[in-house]
Design a protein around this ligand. Structure first.
Ligand code: ASC
Length: 149
């Protein structure tokens, strides 16, 4: 009886360790996917800013709106400290050393994406200025919290 309880406890501890590892991996993959989706909506606006494709205020309004919806998911998906994981990630441990600052930067991105949506009604100059502000909020977080490649 004692022996079977011990075996069960041992098996359960292995099972829970691998469950946690799997959750960590899924979390990291979900973050990477989220940021890829953000970049997908961001990309055409970068193309317009560089003059590679024609300026299209309606598309910027739509895409910036998507970024504003996606950005709050950043803090949801980074809530779990995965800095001890061996799974490949560019997320620096500094995120969880100052999660308040990380969250504030993510909140700024949401605000600036909403500001970009609003700016699309004010013409190209105002739109591109608001886009610059949004891009610098992305960059500010990457500079602090993303591993340099
Ligand atoms: C992108 C992309 C980023 C941001 C950043 C903005 O398109 O992939 O990480 O813009 O460069 O400054």
């Amino acid at each position: 009886m004692i022996r079977s309880t011990m075996i069960f406890a041992l098996l359960f501890s292995f099972a829970s360790a691998s469950w946690a590892d799997e959750r960590t991996q899924k979390t990291i993959e979900a973050r990477q996917g989220l940021l890829k989706v953000v970049a997908q909506y961001f990309g055409p606006i970068v193309g317009m800013a560089k003059g590679q494709i024609p300026f299209d205020a309606a598309l910027i309004e739509k895409n910036a709106g998507k970024v504003a919806e996606l950005a709050p998911m950043i803090t949801d998906l980074f809530a779990q400290d995965t800095s001890a994981s061996d799974y490949a990630t560019e997320a620096k441990a500094d995120i969880w050393a100052d999660y308040e600052d990380f969250s504030a930067k993510a909140a700024t991105t949401t605000e600036r994406a909403n500001a970009l949506v609003a700016a699309t009604a004010e013409g190209r100059g105002a739109t591109m200025k608001a886009f610059g502000a949004l891009g610098s909020s992305c960059k500010s977080c990457h500079d602090s919290y993303r591993e340099k490649k």
